[in-house]
Design a protein around this ligand. Structure first.
Ligand code: ADP
Length: 821
């Protein structure tokens, strides 16, 4: 389609004009020169005298085609070139012929005029052309404008129709959409919310005609109470849409007045007029009851699941804790535990197992494989015979056997380092839920030591039984309360009862204690209970026939809870009789010896007195003889004195044995006794140095037989002087302790071994070693006498000594505390 713009004249610009003049100039020059050239070349002048008229043709042609300027320029150039080249003389600008000049001038004028005319004509023609062209163009423009307006009108009509059809279709589609919508679509009109539209999903059980035009209150009265109408009112008045999500409502589904719980997702969208006024509400509602209930169910299930998961987690944690606890218990157990799978391969071993079998923490695991394990363990029965592989405890267990109670087995085996062990083995298979054996657990206890102890106990028992059954001693198992539970024949024989009498419930061993010995017996019982042992003591037992039988009795408490003791008695009747006979003999002998010894001493004294009374002066010879006699008499006197002391000691001992050792007890000052005794000894042995150390108190009160305590100290002192080197000092010390006074004599003599220290208190015991032989012999009775004297005073004796380091013999006497304190 041509437009107005396209037919408008194009304005020439300057460039085009210059080009045009240039072209006009070239054509003018070329035309004129061409003609001149032709005339010159063909020598047409002056053959043809008016040949210059040809130029006119060129001028005319240029005037008609190119315009005034080209025509004039061509005429001028034609005139000049013709005059210069053609008119003679050649090539001079002088024009000699006037007629030439006139012709040329006329030509020029003609050319100019013709050109002018041609130009005027041409311009007029051009003008006419232009006008015609413009008219034609205007016409074209008008025609085009008319056609476009028509087309636009037609198009508008078509648009309007299409829009109407589209709007109709949209309306229809919208209606169809509303009707087919899977949601409840309702349009409520006005403040009373009248039903204007309701698709079939809204109250499907009711006729549409029954609904449309009625208010919401009339159609859904059950929603009034539930506040739904209030929401509609709110939306209508405020214009704010309301979105309900899973909104709970009780609805009358079948129109029978029965309300059911339901949930809805809905939108109350206010509808506005073109002016923006609210005219109704579009309700879009979807029932989501099933989804909500399903979700509630899912939530409940989730909660249930969560609870179950928690319970499971807790159970798992408990199981883990139990496993850890079990492992800790296993690890802490002193018994060895191994857990194996169904093939007997180890799944777990505890520390005790590894330690007992001397397995390092980094032991090669292959060594624990069943076959290797069985090889180095080398199970044997207690007789040392190897057991077959089937008898290996773990394999027994994996066959379903339970090794418990009496079915436990004792087997010998090797540790990994090859040491022998005796194991007490129990175990049980592990079953899965289906009852299949999936493994086994075996527990080892190291009973090597226990069996060794058992053997030792059996051995000791056998020894004891042999001793008991040998009937050398009387042996009984007695209870503190009096019951006798076991007794051997010898015991029954000593006490004169039958065994069944002694073992009867009604018999008490207290019946065997003579009336006078009750106190000593009670004392012995106390010792037994406090120390667990009753050292051998000489006692008397009451024979069934009433006799007092001397016995040596000892005992040991072996069951403190039940107060059971093993009592051993030895019948001392014969020894006592023999002892008595010996003592009587000794007494008799010493008495018989003492009497003549006393007479001998008297006679020696008398002889010495007579020798002094001998009338003097005497001859030298006689004086010499008398001197020799006196020396002999004095030596005899010393021997008799030694003899007398020995006899005295013998007498003392026999008195002790025969219980004729009577004390005459009086309150005494021990300081005085010690001082006097030391002074006497110093007197007798003037060459010796005796040191005396006394306590600060001048009075150490004791109840004592002064002579006997002095005798005891004398015995210690004479021994010290006898056995210590003569140049060494002997120290006597009196010390006061808490409730007793202690008298000790220290010497630097040969000293005594521990065994000798125990035995020196025995009668007739003398140390058979160098340095212990005194100058005047002895009987080994002195210390026994000291012990008897001190014990009669409720004191104690003792010695501290070591070979080569001297000895300190001591005794204690209880201090008599006066009532005043
Ligand atoms: P004895 O009359 O033989 O000395 P005792 O009973 O006094 O008899 O002593 C017994 C034995 O104890 C002595 O033979 C002597 O070997 C040893 N003995 C006693 N006192 C001492 C002492 N102070 N140092 C070394 N040995 C002693």
């Amino acid at each position: 389609m041509s437009t107005i713009e396209r037919v408008l004249p194009i304005t020439r610009n300057q460039m085009v004009r210059v080009l045009r003049y240039l072209l006009d100039s070239v054509l003018a020059c070329a035309g004129a020169l061409l003609v001149t050239g032709v005339i010159l070349v063909f020598h047409l002048y002056p053959g043809i005298p008016n040949i210059s008229i040809v130029y006119l043709l060129v001028v005319l042609a240029l005037a008609t085609t190119r315009g005034r300027y080209a025509a004039i320029l061509s005429a001028v150039i034609a005139f000049l070139t013709f005059a210069y080249f053609i008119v003679a003389p050649f090539k001079t600008s002088g024009i000699y012929l006037v007629e030439g000049w006139i012709a040329l001038f006329v030509l020029l004028i003609a050319a100019i005029l013709t050109g002018q005319l041609a130009v005027a004509l041409r311009e007029r023609a051009e003008q006419a052309n232009r006008r015609e062209r413009e008219t034609r163009q205007l016409y074209e423009v008008v025609r085009a404008t008319n056609r476009e307006a028509e087309q636009a009108h037609q198009q508008l009509l078509a648009y309007e129709q299409a829009a109407r059809a589209e709007a109709e279709a949209t309306r229809a589609r919208l209606y169809e959409f509303f009707m087919q919508a899977p949601a409840m679509m309702t349009i409520l009109r006005g403040p009373e919310h009248r039903f204007e539209f309701a698709n079939p999903r809204v109250l499907p059980h009711r006729d549409r005609a029954d609904i449309l035009g009625k208010t919401s209150r009339e159609v859904r009265p059950e929603l009034v109470e539930q506040g739904v109408l209030a929401i509609l009112d709110e939306v209508y008045t405020t214009g704010t849409p309301f979105v309900g999500t899973e909104f709970p409502a009780r609805v009358d589904r079948r129109g029978d007045g029965v309300l059911e719980e339901a949930y809805f997702n809905f939108v109350y969208q206010p509808l506005r007029t073109a002016q923006g006024l609210i005219e109704g509400i579009l309700v879009h509602s979807v029932e989501v009851t099933e989804q909500v209930l399903a979700r509630h169910r899912v939530e409940e299930l989730n909660l249930q699941l969560e609870a179950e998961k928690n319970a499971l987690r807790q159970a798992e944690q408990e199981a883990q804790a139990r496993t850890a606890e079990l492992e800790a218990i296993f690890e802490a157990m002193t018994e060895c535990v191994i857990v194996c799978d169904a093939r007997g391969e180890i799944r777990y071993t505890n520390a005790a197992y590894r330690s007992l079998l001397a397995l390092e923490a980094d032991t090669d695991p292959s060594l624990l494989q069943l076959n290797n394990r069985v090889t180095w363990l080398a199970f044997r029965d207690l007789g040392g015979r190897p057991v077959s592989k089937e008898q290996v405890p773990m394999l027994q267990v994996l066959r379903g056997e339970r090794l418990s109670g009496t079915h436990r087995i004792d087997l010998m085996c090797h540790t990994y380092k090859g040491e022998d062990l005796i194991l007490n083995i129990s175990g049980a298979p592990i079953h899965d839920a289906a009852g299949q054996i999936v493994g086994g657990v075996v527990v080892f206890r190291d009973v090597t030591e226990r069996l060794r102890l058992q053997q030792q106990v059996q051995y000791s028992e056998r020894k004891l039984r042999v001793l008991v059954e040998s009937n050398i001693f009387g042996v009984a198992v007695t209870e503190g309360a009096g019951r006798i539970y076991e007794v051997n024949d010898r015991y029954a024989q000593v006490v004169g009862y039958r065994k069944d009498e002694l073992l009867s419930e009604t018999f008490s061993w207290h019946q065997l204690v003579p009336p006078g010995s009750q106190e000593a017996q009670a004392h012995g019982e106390e010792t037994l209970l406090s120390t667990g042992a009753l050292p051998p003591l000489e006692r008397e037992s009451l024979h069934k026939d009433g006799r007092h039988v001397p016995i040596l009795m000892a005992g040991a408490l072996f069951d403190r809870e039940r107060d059971l003791a093993l009592t051993v008695i030895l019948d001392m009747s014969e020894q006592k009789a023999a002892e008595r006979r010996k003592q009587e003999f000794l007494s008799m002998v010493s008495h018989e010896l003492r009497t003549p010894l006393t007479s001998i001493m008297g006679f020696i004294d008398l002889a010495l007195l007579y020798s002094e009374l001998f009338p003097r002066p005497l001859s030298l010879e006689a004086e010499k003889l008398l001197g020799k006699m006196e020396t002999g008499l004095k030596r005899a006197m010393r021997q008799v004195e030694i003899e007398t002391r020995l006899v005295e000691e013998l007498l003392e001992v026999s008195r002790l044995e025969l219980h004729k050792f009577e004390l005459s007890l009086h309150p005494e000052n021990l300081v005085t006794i010690v001082q006097e005794t030391v002074a006497n000894q110093q007197q007798a042995a003037r060459t010796r140095q005796i040191e005396l150390v006394l306590p600060p108190d001048e009075l150490v009160p004791v109840i004592a037989d002064a002579g006997r305590i002095g005798q005891a100290l004398t015995n210690y002192l004479t021994n010290a002087l006898k056995y210590a080197p003569v140049d060494q000092v002997v120290s006597v010390r009196l010390e006061v302790e808490a409730s007793s006074a202690r008298v000790s004599v220290r010497d630097l003599g040969p000293g005594l071994t521990a065994d000798q220290q125990l035995r020196v208190w025995e009668r007739f015991y003398q140390v058979a070693a160098p340095g212990h032989q005194g100058p005047d012999g002895g009987l080994g009775l002195g210390l026994a006498i000291v012990k008897a004297i001190v014990e009669q005073h409720q004191g104690q004796v003792g010695v501290q000594s070591a070979p080569g380091r001297g000895s300190t013999f001591w005794f204690t006497v209880p201090i008599e505390v006066s009532p005043a304190g």
